[in-house]
Write a protein that binds this ligand. Structure first.
Ligand SMILES: NC(=O)C1=CN([C@@H]2O[C@H](COP(=O)(O)OP(=O)(O)OC[C@H]3O[C@@H](n4cnc5c(N)ncnc54)[C@H](O)[C@@H]3O)[C@@H](O)[C@H]2O)C=CC1
Ligand SMILES: Nc1nc(O)c(N)c(N[C@@H]2O[C@H](COP(=O)(O)O)[C@@H](O)[C@H]2O)n1
Length: 219
């Protein structure tokens, strides 16, 4: 499976503020670029922290991109994926509408009642890992369901785990021209952090987009 991480950060590397509410960092051109990456993906993934903070929809905005997918025999929108060890996704989350398939990656520790409620709300559950979602196992299960290209939009906890597991193939990072600050504000890679063997990426491209910079890396 090809895993493409895309995120937008402030100049100081924050994905949002210490309040963990969504901050608009990208401009129109960058959001259009994000829509294009979504359109080429079989599925778009986030962590449950992002679902709880932002309640994203993760579908395509541009009707032309939807039509192009349908013309080539794909579903109108990519599937949605949430890494959600304890099945905390609210049953009225926007990602559980019927616009696209939604896979919830849960661990064996996810309470049975929550699993049943989320299945009743339309989610397809994938169980992988004892206490926390095992991303390698979960991604194998997604691949078996036809997900060959996965786009990951965040947040920082999930992105760190992907780097830790060596699962990132490509990273695009839009750096907006603003400072958010805050020691507790989420960054591109949170988790426990690395103390050695830091992942080193290969810079492929640098481009000015809107009032910021788009960095593209091979991982
Ligand atoms: N600027 C941007 O491009 C984006 C910003 N965000 C922001 O990021 C923040 C949310 O990020 P986070 O709190 O870091 O949450 P997150 O979205 O990374 O979710 C983390 C949660 O995922 C679950 N999870 C299950 N298995 C996991 C695993 N193996 N590794 C890691 N997590 C696993 C855990 O419950 C964990 O608490 C919000 O403030 C949101 O607005 C989110 C996406 C994009
Ligand atoms: N690429 C990007 N730029 C920003 O400035 C952002 N605030 C985000 N946030 C993420 O975008 C997703 C929202 O999806 P929908 O528009 O609801 O489909 C979600 O993952 C946000 O955290 N991204």
């Amino acid at each position: 499976m090809h895993v493409h991480v895309n995120a937008a950060a402030s100049l100081d590397g924050k994905l949002s503020s210490r309040r963990r509410e969504q901050v608009t960092i990208s401009g129109d051109d960058d959001f259009a670029r994000v829509d294009e990456i979504r359109a080429t993906a079989d599925a778009v993934a986030v962590g449950v922290g992002t679902v709880l903070a932002d309640d994203p929809h993760l579908t395509l905005d541009d009707p032309g991109l939807v039509a192009a997918r349908e013309d080539r025999g794909d579903s109108p929108h990519p599937a949605r994926v949430v890494a959600d060890s304890r099945a905390r996704t609210p049953t009225d989350a926007r990602i559980l509408d019927d616009a696209a398939t939604t896979y919830l990656l849960v661990s064996e520790a996810a309470p049975g009642g929550r699993r049943e409620a989320l299945e009743a709300a339309g989610a397809e559950l994938v169980v992988a890992g004892a206490e926390r979602v095992s991303l390698p196992d979960a991604f194998d299960a997604l691949e078996a369901r036809g997900v060959d290209r996965l786009m990951v939009e965040g947040g920082g906890e999930l992105i760190f785990s992907l780097f830790e597991a060596g699962l990132v193939d490509e990273l695009t990072l839009y750096v907006g021209s603003l400072v958010i600050g805050g020691r507790d504000a989420p960054t591109l890679a949170d988790g426990d952090g690395f103390v050695s063997d830091f992942p080193r990426l290969s810079l492929r491209d640098v481009e000015r987009v809107d009032d910021g910079v788009l960095l593209t890396y091979d991982c």
